[in-house]
Structure formats: C-alpha cells, structure tokens
Design a protein. Structure first.
Length: 1033
C-alpha cells in the first residue's frame, strides 16, 4: 500500500536549469470513528482534546490548530531541505475547532489483522468514504488543492515497540492511484479516481495519517511520518526493504529510518539521490579533480553534490552531511507560539529542553542534527560529523523496480546504496545482541568518510591515507564487479565545507556519448582519420534506424549541428543529449559502415536495406549533414555490411561490394555507378572476405560458400551442400603453405576451412558448438607464425589451430559464478591488440552483463579489466590511437544507448594489433593476407611433455587425448590398465606442427587409473609418450 505517487506535474524534476520555487496546496481532513472499547486499538475512536499533561511531543488538545501546526511543521521541513524550492500551503477541514467527519465503521474495521489484501481494500475504502463524506458535509472546492491528507483519530500502527498490544491501529500509508484503481475501480481503465464536487474533480492519491504517534509512554513526533508520506506524494520511492522492513539506507535519508531521527522531530534530509531526483539539486559531474569543496546542505555554497560516473547508468553521488553547524552540540527549534526548544545529544542521550511546555514544534535550525554522533577519545566530547556520504546509484536497478516501489528490495544489489566507509555492510542486517555489528544496522557515524577515519586508519588500512578505490573495502567497482578505475582520496575532516579529490584514469575525455536509441545494438564502429588531420574519427551506424554518427577523438560532433536525443529519466522527465548525427541514408536500418579512399579524400560508405550511399567527410552547405557523393538503389534488399576493395586504378580507386536478399552480388564504383555483378543463385548473402587479388570469398544463408572474380563475376568454385551460414567467411593462409584459405562456420557450430580450389582441408569440418558462433578473428596467439582462428560461442572464447583443434589454454570459459562477466554474446566477435606492451595480443570481447572484458592468451584477465558500461555489449569493439598521443584507445557501443571510449596507458603500435575491429579493418576485408614462415620445428617428433588428456579425471563419457607433433606422422594410441592389460587402442591424427586430438570413449570403461601410450612414427623418427588417465564414473 505504501506506494509512489504520481509526480506532481508542476514540479520541474531534474530540469537542466535550476528549479524555481513551486507551491503545492494540501487539503487535510479530520475523521473519527464510532466510539468503541476495543483493546486492540489505541483510544476509543475519537480525538484527544484533553489538557497537555506531561506529554512533550505533539501534546493535545488535537484540535484544528494542532493540525494546522502540523502542516506548518511539514511545510517548514520541506522548505528547508529543498532550500526554498518547495513551498507547502494547507487547509484543515472541518473548520469547527474540534470538528471531524465520522465514518461509518469502528476503527478496527479498517485495519483487519488477518489479511494484507483485505487491509489494502479497507484502507482504500476509508480514504474514499472520508473524502466523499467531507464533500457532502462542507462546501470544499477540491480543485484548489494538489495533495490530500486524511488525519484519523487514534495512533498510527507504525511502531511496534517490543510487543504490539494494539495491532488494529491503522497504519500510516500513502495510497497511490494504482491502488485506488485496483481496490475501488476493479482496474477499470476508465477509472479516474475518487469522485467529488459532483464528478467535476477526482482525487487520485493521498495519505492516511494518525492524530499522533505517541503511545505506551513513548513520545514520537508525527512530523517524521508526515514527511516520509509526503515524500511518496512527491514521487520518491521508499529506500528501505519493502519485504522485510529492514533498512536500505538507514538513518541517512528521509525515505528510510531517517524519518524517525530524534523521536521523529528531526527527520533526516532526503539523501543526495532523492534531492537530484526531485530537481532540488543539480550534481556537478567530475572525473578528475583535486580538493573539490563539498558544502553541507544548508550552507550558501552551491557545490552540494558531486556525480562521478561509473558508466552511463551507474555512478557515485558525494554529499556532505554535517549535523552541528553551530559547533555547540545543540539544535534550536521553536513551536508555533515562539517557545524556544533545544535539542541536545551527548552521553546523557537525546534530550529536549524547553523554556516552558511546547506545543507542536514547527521550526528547526538543522534537521540533520538527528544523524549519528561520535565522541573523542575521552568519550565525553561530541565531535563534528558525520562527514562525506558516498552513494552508489544504479539506474538500471532503480528503473526495473521503481514502479513496484522496490528500489532497495534486494539487500545485495540496491538501487540507492550507501558505501559504508567502515568496510562492513551493516545497514539492513539483523544482528543479535552479542553480534559484532549489533547497533549498526540503521547506520552509524563511521559509515561516513573523513580524513582521520579511525576504523580505516587503525584497522582496515593502517598507515595509509583514507581512500575509496578498486582495492578498498568497500570498493569503487561497478555493481557487476567490473572496474570503474575511480579513486577518491584527500578527504578532509568533517566541517560545513569538506574537500576530497577524485581520479578516474581510463575514460577518454568527452565520452560516453549518446546514440539516441537503446535496446539491442548490434552494429560495430570503425575508426579512421576521415579528414586527414592526424586524429582518428569514430564512425558508427544504428541498426535500429539508418542514422550514421561520427565523433571526433574528443567526443565532439564531427559535423556541427543542433541534433539532440531525448532520454527519458526515471522521474518521468527527459534529458536532451547531443547527437553526433552525420547522415540519414534512406532505408529502415543500416549495417556497420566502412571507409573507402578516393583521389580527393575519404568516403564513408553506408549500406541500408535499401541503398548503398557514399558521403564526403564534410558539410559544405552547412545543413548539419555530411555531403552525399552518391546513392545507389536497385530495388534489391541489401543484406551485408559493405566490403571495400581498393585499386591502383586512379579512375576507379575502389569498389564497394554488397550482397542481397535474393543471392545477388552488387558492386558500386567510386563514382557511384552500380550493377549486379553476378547472381549466385543462392538465397540471402551473408558476407564477403577479400583475397587481395581481385577475388572474393562469399557465404550465404542457404549454405553456399565459394570464391568469385571481381573482374567479371565468374565463380571460381562453390560448395552448396552445407547447412546455412549467417556470418561472413574470413580469409588467411592458416597452414602457411603460401596459399590463402577460406574459413567460416555454419549455424550448427561446424567449422570449415577450404583450400584455393574449394576442397575441405584435413581436420575439418570440426564441430565446436551447438549454436552459431560469432564472426571470426585471426591472429598468431602463440608465436608459431601460424594464424589461429578465434570466435565466441555460447559461454566461451575459442581458438582453433590450422587443423581444427583447440589452442592451448582454450576455450576461455566464463565462470557462471562471476557476476562481472555473464554469458558472452555471439553478436560480439573478438578483436585482438596488445594492451599491456608485452608484445602478445590480448583478446577483447563484449559481455551480456554490461562489461567489456579482455583476456591474456593464457586465459587470465588483463589488468584493469573488465570495464563497466551501462548495458550489454552486442557488437564488436575497436582499438586505435584516437588522439595521436601515442597510447591506445578502446571504443565500444552498449545497449544502454551510449558510445564509450577508454584511454589505456600502453603504447599503440599498429603492428601489435592483428585484428583491431569488426571484420578486421575499416574496409571490412575480413582477411589476413600476409603469409609467415612457420617457426622451424624442434628435432623431436613427439615432445613427451605435450601429451596429456583433458579433463583428467574424466567427466562424462568422453576424454580428449592431446599431443603435439613437429612433423607429420603415423600415430597409434594404446590404453593399458595398471596390470598391463590392453584396454583399448586408437588411431590418432598425425598433423605436423600442430596439436592433435583424439577422443576416447569411456562409457564401458570402469573407474580407475589407466596408462596411455602414444606412439608416433614419421620423418625418419619414432617417439613415445606415456601418461596416466583417471576414469571417474
């Protein structure tokens, strides 16, 4: 029932300009019940109009003046915490000083104890009955009011101190429109709310509140409950765990336990995220800065909240919460009659001192005085504090759980989470009296950050300065475990203005940049120096539209224009972010672009389903779009990214080749003249690869693969008996025999390598997966001067040698228990580049769990990875030296709708980038044309240390026997038990200069230890290797 209100439309949530003052008017009505003698409720159903007696907090009589003062207290609270941006005005009905509207049933009827569902229905009925009763009794113009409150006689059923002796006290709730619609309107789509003023006005939501929260000898102020309910009215979600009621942010925010600070008289200010959400504060975004001043909320300094991005959807907010601005451990308050009240908190506890018995306390000097305190080493003097609060905000979690009001329902993955400086995640825990964390479950002063934090400097990291970073506890990593590279240091001591420094050493300045769409983003970027100025530009086209984007190396627009994209925010408002739109070719969607070169400069080549278009990298007419050089449309549906074939012919410097839905190959010259080169007689063309001699390899969805001449379209060879290929082929000399091969995988996970004449090479086909693999990448991983074949399939990065066997240390399996990786997407193909100056390429792929990961060829993580993004990466990354500073930049686009760039520290060397982008390069050749001389083999035919089996012990019914041959050989494998009896005999493959593999079927083999004897004979030599195999059933 405690849900989120419809955002008040007049409040400018999150506007780019600072919000001006808004005024909301509240209608509050008082209702009572038929008198009762029910011991399960507090009181008898009527208001308390007695003399004050000894009650200090919210004393009676609870007449109209009392409730007007409560509204004044609420107004002063919100005026203070919003720094004057929200003004509340209210009226109380009925106007009779001791009047109220009497509803039809006793209090217990509206608060049944047996059913949550029935309780929701009865509370909605009470809300409706009360306001319609007020409408019938008094002449009220409901349209003059924005918000509606119901004050009922009795105590709220909100605080159970030990044993709840009055379980039928009515709980305080905010009832939203969806609850009213469901409980009163039977979810009728035409339901408009509670009808008043003869159907001219409808009440859509509001709060149910008691006359007081004090009971059983405990004085608790009504203000805290009113404030948190009105927070829901403003659209704030609760930040405690709605399932267990346990804290989520504890005493540090209004929408959790902070509403009850200092007996409810000093509700905590809304946390930094809540203020940003409501538009009361605009955070200052920083990545690298020294000695940033952070002012407490009630100071005149404007630097109140800093935002440090992790990715486009996740970030830290830093705020200063200071509880004693006067430094005298005293907060001053007054009631409506001007009576002075002092709040003190010391070794004697929380105390309220007054000149005379006060009424409702309506003004307070500082609401955060109710935050936790700390003492000096003597235990007598209260020190300033708490200090800086670091909030970890994950908009993905908030967005997914906002409408259900469950933002912090998962204690291990909260949408608004406090990074507790003391290293223990205590907030929200259940501790027993003897547990070490007892007393810290709601938050303690040590959860804040300051320079001499004793828990950090004495226990967690003795001798080190206080810092918050990737290796601290808590860490600055993203929620999925990926590295943010954020380090906060130089924390000052608690004061009204504190300072800290922040470093983020990996994001490229100017990024991430918005691409205007979210969802599955499968197109990949290319990098090229379009304008020949020495710096690289990033070119990307949307697969969800035909928009083409180009960014400069600093993230700015390559083509100046006024284009912006609207990005809806959680609070219903929108940000308008710059879009680096370069062109809008005709069609429904685009493929990944390519770059061509002609005599007068570069050409950006874009293929959509309808057209092949070339653009010059300039805007000569200043219309905000690149100049179109040519556009070819044939009526065919195009199905591939373009491949660009360059020529030394000055009049025809390049050709663009594209496939079609009907199996045709289309070419477009540099002057834009196009034609159908050949009709292959297949169905949908999947892609191409370039041989470099005027020959192309091609594949089709129907299962055809072949080679053709560009000169006349003649087909050199074609194989059509294989099941479908949805991915393009690749070309390389994988066996170093001087002849180029065609490599590709079909959608059933079978790999094929063809020779120059179209024959399937030895060792193939090789089944590697049950699902379609990604596009391929080619690189020499182990310095044997042979190209390995890399791809992503299922949850693994695989690498095959030239005979189809796995390369050592592969597959790189992604641990399903690792939150930082998840299942790699087959839409993302690997790229390879040296990222740490070790001379060996690293493998970079996107992940479904919002990360970009990089592995050494040994299978270990590259230091500094994985990198965090705001959504899955379903496309291929790219690597280059964007800004010509000598080091490496890495770029990728994410499903969160943002384009990311990272500035790495290693030196960029093109020779150490064997496969730097989608389909190899900016021309999409998908080929490695160089041929390397293989490393001369050692004299030994079968090195004994290369023979083994995996897995060992066996798992399932198969184990794989693996061995390396330096020369072609005949191989015989015999398996013996420990008694020397022959158990099985196998013929092994004999590929030279390769790791060979043979599967041993152990279905009928008993558990035990066996000896495998591998004998190889060839090249005039004979070698034997023996090793043990453990069979486990």
């Amino acid at each position: 029932m405690l849900n989120i209100g419809d955002p008040i439309s007049r409040i400018g949530y999150g506007n780019l300009v600072e919000q001006t003052t808004d005024t909301l008017r509240i209608l509050a009505i008082r209702i009572d019940f038929p008198e009762d003698a029910n011991n399960l409720t507090t009181g008898n159903g009527t208001f308390d109009f007695s003399a004050s007696g000894e009650i200090v907090i919210d004393p009676p009589p609870h007449d109209i003046t009392y409730f007007e003062h409560q509204l004044l207290a609420l107004s002063n609270y919100y005026k203070t915490v919003s720094t004057g941006k929200l003004i509340l005005e209210g009226e109380v009905y009925p106007k009779d000083p001791q009047g109220s509207y009497t509803v039809s049933e006793e209090m217990s009827h509206y608060s049944p104890i047996d059913s949550e569902e029935l309780l929701d229905r009865r509370l909605a009925e009470l809300f409706q009955e009360a306001f319609q009763l007020a409408d019938m009794t008094d002449d009220i113009d409901f349209s003059r009011f924005d918000c509606f409150m119901l004050f009922h006689a009795g105590v709220g059923g909100d605080f159970a101190l030990d044993f709840d002796s009055t379980p039928q006290d009515i709980p305080s709730v905010f009832i939203d429109f969806q609850t009213l619609k469901g409980e009163l309107g039977n979810n009728d789509p035409t339901y408009s709310g509670i009808s008043v003023n003869e159907g001219q006005f409808f009440i859509r939501d509001g709060s149910i509140l008691p006359e007081t929260q004090s009971q059983e000898g405990f004085d608790i102020a009504l203000l805290g409950t009113m404030a948190v309910m009105f927070g829901s009215q403003l659209g704030l979600p609760v930040l405690f765990n709605p399932d267990s009621g346990l804290p989520g942010i504890g005493v540090f925010g209004l929408m959790d336990q902070g509403s009850g600070n200092f007996f409810g008289l000093l509700p905590a200010e809304p946390c930094a995220w809540s203020k940003v959400f409501l538009g009361w504060e605009t955070p200052i975004e920083v990545r690298n800065a020294d000695s940033l001043p952070v002012a407490a909320s009630q100071t005149v300094d404007r630097n109140k909240i800093y935002k440090i991005p992790i990715n486009a959807r996740e970030y830290f907010l830093v705020e200063n919460r200071f509880r004693d601005s006067g430094g005298d451990n005293t907060a001053i308050a007054r009631d409506a009659n001007g009576v002075r009240i002092e709040f003190k908190w010391d070794r004697q506890g929380q105390r309220i001192l007054a000149e005379e018995p006060p009424g409702v306390i309506t003004q307070v000097s500082e609401y955060d005085f109710g935050l936790p305190i700390r003492f000096d080493s003597t235990g007598e003097t209260v020190l300033p504090g708490p200090g800086l609060l670091i909030w970890h905000i994950d908009e993905r979690i908030i967005e997914a759980n906002f409408s259900a009001n469950r933002v912090n329902a998962n204690p291990s993955r909260r949408g608004v989470d406090l990074e507790e400086a003391d290293g223990a995640q205590d907030i929200g825990q259940r501790y027993g009296l003897l547990d070490p964390g007892f007393g810290s479950e709601n938050g303690i002063t040590e959860d804040a950050w300051w320079g001499s934090h004793p828990v950090i400097t004495r226990f967690l990291r003795p001798g080190e300065p206080v810092s918050f970073g990737p290796t601290t506890s808590p860490s600055s990593n993203a929620n999925d475990g990926s590295l943010s590279h954020i380090i906060m240091t130089d924390f000052s001591e608690p004061d009204e203005v504190m300072t800290f420094s922040v470093r983020e050493d990996i994001s490229s300045p100017g990024f991430p940049q918005y691409v205007g769409v979210s969802g599955s983003v499968t197109n990949s970027p290319v990098i090229s120096d379009l304008d020949d100025d020495g710096s690289q530009e990033i070119v990307w086209s949307s697969n969800n539209s035909t928009d083409v984007f180009v960014w400069n190396s600093d993230g700015s627009k390559f083509i100046p224009n006024q284009d912006v994209g609207e990005r809806n925010k959680i609070n219903g408002e929108a940000d308008f972010l710059p879009l680096a739109v370069f062109a809008n070719p005709p069609g429904s969607f685009a493929f990944s672009p390519a770059i061509a070169r002609r005599n007068d400069g570069n050409v950006v080549v874009v293929v959509t389903d309808e057209a092949i278009v070339g653009y010059a990298p300039e805007d000569s007419d200043s219309n905000g779009r690149a100049d179109e050089l040519f556009a070819f449309q044939s009526g065919e549906i195009f199905t591939t990214s373009p491949i660009v074939i360059e020529s030394s012919n000055q009049s025809r410097p390049f050709q663009i080749i594209v496939g079609t839905q009907s199996g045709k190959v289309v070419t477009v010259d540099s002057d834009g003249q196009g034609q159908v080169l050949v009709d292959l007689g297949t169905d949908r063309i999947s892609g191409f690869a370039a041989f470099g001699n005027g020959t192309l390899a091609y594949s089709s969805q129907g299962g055809s693969v072949g080679a053709l001449l560009l000169e006349d379209g003649s087909v050199l060879w074609q194989e059509s008996s294989i099941s479908g290929f949805s991915k393009p082929p690749a070309v390389a000399d994988v066996d170093a025999n001087g002849e180029l091969n065609v490599i590709l995988a079909n959608d059933q996970g079978e790999f094929f390598v063809f020779d120059k004449d179209g024959n399937v090479m030895q060792g193939f086909p090789k089944t590697v997966s049950d699902n379609p693999p990604s596009e391929l990448a080619l690189a020499d991983l182990n310095d044997d001067r042979l190209f390995e074949i890399l791809f992503v399939a299922d949850n693994e990065i695989m690498a095959l040698n030239h005979v189809g066997n796995l390369v050592d240390n592969f597959p790189i399996r992604i641990d399903p228990q690792s939150a930082a990786l998840g299942k790699l997407q087959t839409q993302t193909s690997p790229i390879l580049a040296d990222l740490n100056d070790d001379g060996s390429p690293e493998i970079i792929v996107g992940s479904a769990l919002n990360t970009l990961v990089a592995f050494e060829v040994t299978g270990s993580f590259v230091s500094g990875f994985p990198l965090s993004v705001g959504g899955a990466i379903n496309s291929t990354a790219a690597v280059s030296d964007l800004d010509a500073d000598g080091d490496t930049e890495l770029v990728a686009v994410s499903d969160d709708g943002f384009f990311y760039a990272w500035d790495l520290t290693n030196m960029f060397n093109p020779e150490n980038v064997p496969w730097g982008s989608y389909l190899a390069d900016a021309r999409h050749t998908n080929a490695k044309l160089e041929t390397q001389e293989p490393v001369p083999p050692s004299e030994q035919l079968l090195p004994a240390n290369t023979a083994y089996n995996y897995p060992n012990p066996t798992e399932g019914n198969l184990t794989t026997i693996r061995y390396r041959l330096n020369f072609p050989a005949e191989v015989n494998i015999k398996i013996y038990d420990l008694a020397g009896e022959l158990v099985d005999e196998l013929a092994g493959t004999g590929f030279g200069q390769a790791d060979n593999e043979v599967n041993w079927e152990v279905t009928n083999i008993e558990s035990g230890v066996y000896l495998a004897r591998v004998e190889a004979e060839g090249n005039g030599m004979k070698d034997v290797a023996i090793f043990k195999i453990a069979v486990v059933k």
